[in-house]
Design a protein around this ligand. Sequence first.
Ligand SMILES: [Fe+2]
Length: 151
Amino acid sequence: MIHLIGRFFGFLRARPLSPTEQDEVACILSPPLRRLFYRQCFQDQRHAFDVARRVGDHPELWEAALLHDVGKSEVRLGAFGRSWATLWGATSLPVWGRWRTYLMHASRGADLLERHGAGCSTILFTRHHPGPPPRGFDPASWDVLAHADES
Ligand SMILES: [Fe+2]
């Protein structure tokens, strides 16, 4: 719950990437993946960039950090809509429409990334976060990404 509150206020106070930060993104992502990155609203770009910063000395994880929430770009929901959808998703009640699309962002994002040539770690982290690492994914690397995403 505290994590959710942090996300809520993080979304509200996010600022767009600066030109220097955009240059950093350009150094990490191929042109097709860069286009996916910029499909995200600026708040999600900021979150992804901050996750990449927290990943720090693990450049092999930067792509996953920048793109792990790209599935959220398939639905436009504000801070309140996202929070309500997440809370609703924690129940066993049925969900439709934009909330359903939002709650499926992990698998939708992973499918998008597969189609655009992302790396295996990026696709796997996107598909399986925030759960445990899938078989074949280095648990230490998973922890780095997961911790950076939750901070
Ligand atoms: Fe995230």
